[in-house]
Design a protein around this ligand. Structure first.
Ligand SMILES: Cc1cc2nc3c(=O)[nH]c(=O)nc-3n(C[C@H](O)[C@H](O)[C@H](O)COP(=O)(O)O)c2cc1C
Ligand code: SF4
Length: 425
């Protein structure tokens, strides 16, 4: 149970994560799952729910941080078309592994959040698009969905109400780009996962060109607590404009890598030292990648930055998906950047020339520098290629691919120059 006083809240999505057998309906119900659902279905209006979501200040936990209530309010009514709800469970951003734990250990929390969201949006058919590699999590979800159908928590006239919703799990086939919401929609429609131009945005024209809300797993799992305790309750957690708890996936050179749910506004230092056990070598980080591999690097001087969307933007980066990667001075930053470049070159869908060609160039040049064949002019070419990718493509994958290279060149130019000078001599 979540305390009603926001100051005492220590977890929303992970409130019951350690309860044994929490993935079963029996245990989930013992912990309070679905208890508030009849109140929502029988006494709340769609307008009231969207209004509470707006008041709550919840911002999408998938990466962009777009306000959830506002997104829901964009869905047009009375279009004569169905409205769809798609849960984005693709979780392919390197460093991010929070949604996986959520689905594995507490799948009913996500299902309950989707029923409430679906009810607010007038959705009859909802889907969970799950990363193909998450075989066990897909099974957990399907088992939980079967239990929910058997208990009339899904299907026709849920719990005797007038609301009916069907929920289907769809497994992806291993492409990172299918986490981008319009590529996810294309893939779910049965086509290769290639992002669409926006606008139109999915809320207006999404799945099969019908109004569609795409939300991240963590976003949807936060809905039950907000509706039960109220938007103001949620808004009181965190800081102004950055409300609520957030799960951070911490990895890299820390003692205790893992997922930690903390109030937004907690400092990076506190997350690393109080939760993740500090650095393995006891020092401060050399590089902090704060929001997944696509986000610009921060340095030791940013160790006390509060973990909010706004503070990380002011520091020159992004909160992104909340994947904090800590790197100490033992890491080979050129090798690290080259590995990331390989990832993005492999995952580019190839539609846009700057991304398709640029990611390949970045990988080839970094490979050359790392293997001792680099030339002085490579630095300029790397910078030019990366700068010509960011902001010039259909989706943000290209910006994400450019970010580590631009960060390396901005903060550690001497490392690249040294690698070229030493290895070619
Ligand atoms: C290349 C790329 C990959 C993405 N991968 C994911 C992902 O795996 N999971 C996710 O929730 N959002 C991902 N996103 C963000 C989605 O496009 C979208 O903003 C998000 O699902 C919206 O949900 P939210 O409002 O609840 O955050 C990705 C975006 C890009 C550009
Ligand atoms: S930026 Fe890259 S991944 Fe995104 S649509 Fe263009 S080619 Fe595809």
């Amino acid at each position: 149970m979540i305390p009603s006083d926001p100051k005492k809240v220590t977890a929303i999505c992970f409130a019951n994560i350690d309860v044994p057998k929490m993935h079963t309906l029996e245990m989930a119900r013992q912990q309070g799952a679905y208890q508030f659902l009849p109140t929502v279905l029988n006494t709340f209006s769609s307008e009231h729910i969207v209004s509470e979501m707006k008041i709550s200040g919840l911002r999408g936990r998938g990466g962009a941080g777009f306000p959830t209530g506002l997104k829901w309010s964009f869905v047009p009514k009375n279009t004569g078309k169905p409205t769809y709800l798609l849960c984005n469970a693709d979780e392919g951003e390197p460093g991010t592994f929070k949604d996986r734990d959520l689905m594995r250990f507490d799948p009913h929390l996500l299902i309950e959040g989707m029923i409430m969201a679906g009810f607010a949006l007038g959705v009859k058919d909802a889907y969970i698009y799950i990363r193909g590699e998450f075989i066990h999590e897909a099974k957990r979800l399907n088992d939980a969905i079967s239990e929910a159908y058997a208990a009339n928590l899904l299907g026709d006239n849920i719990l005797g109400s007038s609301y009916s919703m069907h929920l289907t799990v769809h497994r992806g086939a291993g492409a990172y780009i299918c986490g981008e919401e319009t590529a996810l929609i294309e893939s779910l429609e049965g086509r290769p996962g290639r992002p669409r131009f926006k606008p139109p945005f999915p809320a207006v024209e999404g799945f099969f060109r019908c109004p569609t809300v795409v939300n991240n797993v963590e976003t949807l799992a936060t809905v039950p607590a907000i509706l039960e305790h109220g938007g103001e309750w949620h808004k009181a957690i965190g800081t102004p404009n950055n409300a609520g708890m957030k799960i951070f996936s911490v990895s890299g050179n820390v003692k205790k890598a893992g997922n930690y749910e903390v109030p937004l506004g907690t400092t990076m230092r506190s997350l690393i030292e109080d939760y993740a056990g500090g650095l393995q070598n006891g020092s401060v980080p050399k590089v902090i990648i704060p929001g997944g591999s696509s986000t610009p690097w921060l340095l030791a001087e940013h160790y006390d930055v509060p973990l909010t969307y706004d503070d990380l933007a002011s520091a020159g980066s992004m909160l992104g998906s909340g994947a904090v990667i800590i790197i100490d001075e033992t890491a080979d930053l050129i090798a690290l950047t080259r590995r990331l470049a390989h990832f993005y070159a492999h995952e580019s869908c190839g539609q846009c020339t700057p991304c398709r060609e640029g990611t390949g160039w970045l990988e080839r040049i970094l490979t050359r520098i790392e293997s001792g064949q680099g030339k002085q002019e490579d630095i300029r070419t790397l910078e030019d290629a990366a700068k010509h990718m960011a902001g010039r493509t259909i989706c943000a994958l290209a910006d994400g691919a450019a970010a580590p290279i631009l960060s390396l060149l901005e903060h550690f130019p001497e490392l690249v120059e040294q690698a070229i000078a030493e290895k070619t001599s």
